[in-house]
Design a protein. Structure first.
Length: 154
């Protein structure tokens, strides 16, 4: 979402709020969970992959590994312009974990990315982003974020 604000001198600038949904992070126009489910079934456009890669500031090969796409398959997807549904679902999972971290750090992108990439004792010394490679791991990160938001550190 964007808000317009007036600066002194009447010049208009656009202020970008932090994305509130995983769909926004991926640049998808899904307005509801059901619309997002349809997008997953269609397969996300490759631009969603590139957008998340840029957002996370990681190499495309690293993100591909996280969502279990081989380099050859990624090259084919780039030519085709679209991910398969299962690949889209895994990409959405990584975006969800990023969104959770962004919320935890009150939209501070740098703090969220730092937290995601550092080993975490509560996650057996693994970085939260590494756990996003599986649904079970992503759910553990989600539980940790929920505990931290409620002040529970153990």
């Amino acid at each position: 979402m964007s808000n317009d604000s007036i600066t002194p001198g009447s010049a208009r600038i656009r202020v970008r709020e932090a994305p509130s949904t995983s769909a926004e992070i991926l640049g998808l126009g899904a307005r509801s969970p059901l619309a997002l489910a349809e997008k997953v079934e269609e397969g996300f456009p490759i631009r969603s992959f590139i957008r998340l890669q840029t957002t996370l500031n990681i190499a495309s090969s690293d993100l591909a590994r996280m969502v279990n796409i081989t380099p050859r398959t990624l090259a084919r997807r780039k030519v085709q312009g679209r991910l398969e549904p299962d690949e889209s679902d895994r990409l959405l999972r990584v975006a969800r974990v990023y969104r959770l971290a962004l919320g935890l750090f009150e939209s501070d992108r740098e703090a969220a990315l730092a937290w995601l990439s550092r080993p975490n004792r509560a996650l057996s010394g693994k970085p939260p982003l590494r756990l996003a490679t599986t649904e079970v791991g992503a759910r553990e990160v989600e539980r940790l974020v929920t505990r931290l938001e409620h002040g529970v550190t153990t």
